[in-house]
Design a protein around this ligand. Structure first.
Ligand SMILES: [Zn+2]
Length: 145
């Protein structure tokens, strides 16, 4: 009897960005742009991008560019970090110039050096995502350093 072998494609542990409705967001990151969605009906701007407005439930969303400057809204030091990072790292919620808040890693300032209100700029870095692919993502750089 002939041995039957089936080759199974092992699915990634996380969604494949190519197959999601936010593919445009990931494509923009590759080009060094940060985009999100704005509701055409009520004007709500949300991050991360949404296909349906969480305020009025409209699906009439459009893509907009986000400003690449903001201020530290809150921050913390992480001693237990995702793979690929060397602890400790400083993470922050930054409020962009248009009021949208984002969470990421501060690359050039430790916890003791940061203050709420510090000005930051967004930079794009290649990161190893989920152990199986590289992708660009955004990080914060404190201005003046
Ligand atoms: Zn809306």
């Amino acid at each position: 009897m002939e041995e039957r072998r089936e080759v199974l494609e092992v699915p990634p542990r996380y969604p494949n960005f190519e197959q999601t409705s936010v593919k445009k967001f990931w494509d923009a990151l590759e080009e060094g742009k940060l985009i999100t969605t704005e509701c055409r009906k009520c004007g709500k701007v949300e991050f991360p991008p949404k296909m349906i407005c969480t305020s009025c439930y409209s699906d009439e969303m459009e893509w907009i560019d986000l400003p690449l400057k903001g201020k530290i809204y809150s921050f913390a030091e992480m001693d237990v970090v995702p793979s690929g990072f060397k602890p400790p790292i400083t993470v922050a919620v930054v409020e962009l110039e248009n009021g949208v808040r984002l969470f990421s890693h501060v690359i050039n300032a430790g916890f003791e050096e940061l203050s709420v209100g510090d000005e930051v700029e967004i930079e794009f870095r290649e990161m190893s995502w989920f152990d199986y692919r590289k992708h660009k993502y955004f990080v914060f750089r404190r201005k003046g350093d």
